[in-house]
Ligand binder design. Structure first.
Ligand code: XMP
Length: 330
């Protein structure tokens, strides 16, 4: 579409003019559509002078860090550093059993800390090299609705948005913001992504919260709980894709409940954990309806999760709309 390729050319020219011949830009990526599209645009504009950082917080989806790395580096040619901080995050989440907001705070603050340290490393390396300029810019994948919201609305969702943002960088770095998507709506970002050659499954990926599956593990987040939630989620999403429902559903995931139930596996009784499946349709994420799967689909997913995921003996389906429920369970 001509308007989109025009936008790409214009934006690349604008970025080059802003950053200059030697300027460097850093930015956090998550593997989601916004940060990937923004990163690819930077790569097209200034090549390896854009430094992408993916922080593995230990609560990403199954194999996600590895997949994002492959897509961004091998697939899209983006200069990416993956920082594996799983153990640091899991260590700090230890003992938080009944306070979802505390999980969010711990993850948000740890993210900033890890990203800052990496940004400083990249800046120092650029500073020391003869032919590279200073790191002066921070990329953010802010969309138009985020801009509007931060101007006109300072309600509860301001808390949510803080997790998307990489605030609080060291004052000594004095980074200027570069926001190439700030005039676009989500559907335009998707169109732009397709135009830039980003794979379809990434362009249409469901939103994933900054605190990741930590807020989908009700109760304490431990390595073992993460394993269970991840494996169940992976089966659910795979079945949704195989059934051709992924794009019809706005967001879907498996959550791990903080209770145990009795079941029979083979010929013995077990006392194991319960997985709750959640899938919603929504246009704005402010209200949402649960998705009406057919019984055969749910039967298949339930059977697979109980058979394939060690530690789970029961699966339930969440039939709460928003409101009164939220999309996430914590
Ligand atoms: P709720 O659960 O509030 O979710 O109905 C609405 C949308 O926001 C996402 N969400 C978050 N995203 N950090 C994020 O980056 C968070 O702490 C967070 N909490 C909820 C949720 O996944 C849904 O898309």
């Amino acid at each position: 579409n001509w308007t989109m390729s025009q936008f790409v050319d214009q934006e690349i020219a604008r970025i080059r003019a802003l950053v200059g011949e030697t300027g460097q830009v850093i930015g956090a990526v998550s593997g989601g559509v916004d940060s990937t599209v923004a990163a690819k645009l930077m790569k097209e504009a200034i090549g390896d002078r854009f430094h992408a950082v993916l922080v593995d917080n230990g609560v990403l989806r199954l194999n996600e860090a590895k997949q994002v790395k492959e897509t961004l580096t091998a697939g899209l040619g983006i200069n990416l550093t993956v920082v594996d901080a799983s153990e640091l995050f899991l260590g700090r989440l230890k003992g938080i059993t009944d306070d979802p907001e505390k999980k969010r705070k711990v993850i948000g603050n740890t993210f900033i800390e890890v990203f800052q340290a990496e940004a400083k490393k990249i800046a120092d390396a650029a500073h020391g090299s003869a032919n590279e300029g200073e790191v002066e810019w921070l990329l953010q994948g802010t969309l138009y609705p985020d801009v509007i919201e931060s101007i006109s609305f300072k309600g509860p969702s301001a808390t949510i948005k803080t997790h998307h943002n990489v605030g609080g960088l060291p004052a000594s770095m004095k980074l200027k913001l570069i926001e190439p998507l700030r005039e676009l709506f989500k559907d335009e970002v998707r169109e732009l992504g397709t135009n830039l050659g980003i794979p379809e499954d990434l362009v249409w990926r469901h939103p994933f919260p900054g605190p990741g599956i930590a807020i989908r593990i009700l109760g304490e987040v431990t390595a073992e709980q993460v394993r269970i939630a991840r494996e169940a989620d992976n089966i659910f999403i795979q079945e949704i894709k195989d059934a051709g429902l992924y794009r019809k559903i706005s967001q879907a995931f498996a959550a791990l409940l903080p209770v145990k139930a009795v079941g029979v596996m083979g010929d013995k009784r077990v006392h194991d954990q319960v997985i709750a499946l959640r899938a919603v349709e929504t246009s704005d994420f402010m209200t949402a309806d649960w998705f009406p799967f057919d019984g055969e689909f749910l039967k298949r997913v339930s059977r697979r999760i109980v058979n394939e995921v060690d530690g789970v003996c029961r699966v339930v389906y969440d039939i709460t709309s928003k409101p009164p429920g939220t999309i996430e369970m914590e």
